[in-house]
Design a protein around this ligand. Structure first.
Ligand SMILES: CC(C)(COP(=O)(O)OP(=O)(O)OC[C@H]1O[C@@H](n2cnc3c(N)ncnc32)[C@H](O)[C@@H]1OP(=O)(O)O)[C@@H](O)C(=O)NCCC(=O)NCCS
Length: 161
């Protein structure tokens, strides 16, 4: 893969975001902290290589907190995820945010590795929160990555300086 560039999402990208979300997450409907939200309605950044989308980050800003809502590198291990995080850090600082939070699940050991090595620390663990999430999104599976039972939300945070 040649170098990639990162640009903000536009309305024209929505069909692609919908397709990626449905393929990778099962739906554009996501649940975190007991709230249902739709990935296609959020701002974000796209990584492109040779005119082809290779990465996607979406986020929400509320008050002085920025939530990294979703992150996907379609070609993992090439620096796309790290570059998208750097872009979000710059945006969050520009918007006056004091921290970035991201919520993942207990089975996603890749994400826990990735975020902690990029400066995030665990801020909260919500035991068995997925039971509540399934009331809003019944299609959330019982078993997650690597056959691990999918049950807890893990919130990581990065304080911006
Ligand atoms: C986690 C993810 C966003 C990282 O993006 P990336 O572009 O692969 O990351 P980078 O190339 O910038 O960095 C690679 C690092 O991520 C780790 N990593 C995590 N998942 C990986 C994967 N599936 N493949 C390769 N590397 C992965 C590598 O071990 C490497 O860590 P290191 O710093 O110890 O070398 C990406 O692998 C992905 O899309 N995963 C599936 C979706 C997901 O879980 N998203 C986060 C949910 S909250």
């Amino acid at each position: 893969m040649s170098d990639f560039v990162i640009r903000p999402l536009t309305d024209d990208d929505k069909p692609w975001v919908q397709q990626v979300a449905t393929t990778l997450w099962g739906s554009t409907r996501m649940v975190s902290r007991g709230k249902l939200w739709d990935m296609t309605e959020l701002p974000g950044y796209l990584a492109e290589s040779d005119g082809r989308a290779v990465g996607l980050l979406t986020y929400k800003i509320k008050g002085d907190e920025c939530e990294l809502a979703s992150l996907n590198a379609l070609t993992p291990g090439k620096g796309i995820g790290s570059a998208l995080i750097e872009e979000l850090k710059a945006k969050a600082k520009e918007m006056g945010c004091k921290k970035i939070i991201v919520i993942t699940t207990n089975d996603n050991t890749n994400a826990l590795h990735f975020y902690q090595k990029r400066g995030f620390v665990i801020g909260a663990v919500r035991i068995n929160e997925l039971e509540n999430s399934r009331k809003l999104k019944p299609e959330i599976p019982l078993i997650g990555d690597d056959g691990i039972p999918l049950r807890d939300e893990i919130e990581l945070e990065m304080v911006l300086v």
